[in-house]
Design a protein around this ligand. Sequence first.
Ligand SMILES: [Zn+2]
Length: 505
Amino acid sequence: MRHLFFGLAFVAGPLAAQTVSPPKEAAASITSADVAHHIGVIADDSMLGRDTPSRGLELTAAYVADQFRRYGLRPGGDSGSYLQRYRIVQRKLDVAGSRVTLRAGRTAAVARFDRTARFLQGTVSGVPLAGVAVLLGGRLTADAVGRLPLRGRIVVYAADADALPSREALQVGRAIRLAAPRAVVLVSNLPPERFASRIPRSTPARTAPDFRLESAPFVEVSQAAVAPVLRAAAIDLEAVRADTAPVFRELPGLRVTVELRDSVFHASSAPNTIGILDGSDPELRRQYLVYSAHMDHIGISPGRPDSVNNGADDDASGTTGVIELARAFSRPGARPKRSIIFLTVSGEEKGLWGSRYFTEHPPVPIGRIVADLNMDMIGRNWRDTIVAIGRKQSNLGETLERVNRAHPELRMTAVDDRWPEERFYFRSDHYNFARKGVPILFFFNGVHPDYHQPTDSPDKIDSEKEARILRLLYYLGREVGDAPVRPQWKPESYREIVDDSGSGE
Ligand SMILES: [Zn+2]
């Protein structure tokens, strides 16, 4: 692909080398050899895919902390260290103490988790979630779901066992979760015996961080088990499934109670790594810019010839970005007026755990964090473009454009989100900053056939390309770090993302 600003290129002559400014030197110090080296370490087989929690993840966090120490960053973690830890617990559903009850007038039916109900995902609060239901079904799209008033509602979803699990269904599921309902009850038309056979004999353990994630529980119930109530409420789910348009309607006659209990049987913890570089201005240094990336990946896939998911692009590339930027900014004269927090988180693949914990327990007041520049998968695909998601949501987009235009020598163009239907804005760590009111940009080169496969290995990384992206990110950080005014949200985006995210709950 051609880059757009060729015509504006100026050529730096050989004389320029004698008068290079510290920022230019700092940017130039980011090399493809350094990038390849760090990715080689972090995505090595010995890291065993950096699952959360795991020994490989701990080794990665220690490696990042070691780099931060070398560059003289100030520790931003727990008790004077670079590591910030959050507790992770393994829980098992209390099958006897959990149930889903549907009630229409005098008719009631109870689905239980040993035969007629199945837990799918979400938070188990121990508190009964009850309310009048809304019905969802027909031919749904993520966009259609995004426009529905599902917040705080109990959603009854006419799931169709005959429909194959598809990318579209996944997107719809994600859109339902993002709409923040209170609970989601999928009603399955699988024959009762087949439904029961899908319930595992011994309750599987669920690993989750020990803090509130506020994600609605999704449970599935067998339609046969609740059929009398559906009849009493005059709900014909077969007709809903057959509908070729989205179906959404209130069900004033149907009251649903989801009761879920579980118990903890094992506890551990996982690390974030935090290093702080103080800004050069006595006033502005009290504000902070964050560079973030996730150092965890998905662990191993047993039974495959090469079982280690190396996660070289996802996201050893971003983790390396944080390390390299920390090194570049800590050179003499290279830091901006504002301070910088260099952050590598864990648990991203599990559900943005580490960034959630960080934004709930930041080392500085969250209101003093002026921007998050997040990197997730920046080492593959197109040689001369990088997608920057979030450009339209704040004036960071315009700043990026200006910086990009000023550095044609990088042969790197930041372009708009190419896959809005995938809702990537909500799918990496920057989202936890955005929902807290921090403007973000998310740098991402898109997925590829090696995504979440053992073949996402260091040899496939284009480290030369990544080095140019990181130089651009260095210049962007200088600009944001030195600007007299901090980045500003676009008002309608603020309303949509911050006001609507439930962060004020
Ligand atoms: Zn991933």
